[in-house]
Design a protein around this ligand. Structure first.
Ligand code: RTP
Ligand code: MG
Length: 140
């Protein structure tokens, strides 16, 4: 597998509980390198655009309100098979189903407040990176 980049968000429930460093440590332990990182607070319009694919889902409103409730940390992670590796380190969406040692198992509060986002495919990774970062901000 080639070196890939993926997009990650450390979500409001995690930044609020001061877990940014603990989560970054999990990425680095898995061999993922942080090649871009910034702390931002989304507007409602930005959250709705980012999660547009879920706009018809019953949890959409709650998800967007949650994502703007506190600052988040957006990052680009690089490494061998980075998209799948990041999803593995994150664990299942619902922390009740997440494997031991995963970020969501250790830190997530609920299926909604689940501490991290990670891109699910090369196309979405490219789109999500471009949504938050300019080329100049990616320092591999
Ligand atoms: P993400 O996109 O954040 O990396 O998470 P994911 O792929 O594991 O989950 P996805 O199905 O894409 O859902 C996106 C986010 O929506 C929230 N959610 N809430 N209340 C609910 O039933 C529910 N289901 C999903 C979660 O924050 C999930 O990460
Ligand atoms: Mg998803």
């Amino acid at each position: 597998m080639a070196i890939q980049r993926t997009f990650s968000i450390i979500k409001p429930d995690a930044t609020k509980r001061n877990l940014t460093g603990a989560i970054v440590a999990k990425f680095e332990e898995a061999g993922l390198r942080i090649v871009a990182s910034k702390r931002i607070q989304l507007t409602l319009a930005q959250a709705q655009q980012f999660y547009g694919v879920h706009s018809e889902r019953p949890f959409f409103g709650e998800l967007c309100e949650f994502m703007i409730s506190e600052p988040i940390v957006v990052q680009v992670l690089e490494g061998e098979d980075a998209i799948a590796k990041n999803r593995e380190v994150m664990g299942a969406t619902n922390p009740a189903d997440a494997a031991e040692g995963t970020i969501r198992k250790e830190f997530a509060l609920s299926i909604g407040e689940n501490s991290v986002h990670g891109s699910d495919a090369p196309e979405t990774a490219a789109e999500e990176i471009a949504f938050f970062f300019s080329g100049l901000e990616l320092v591999g």
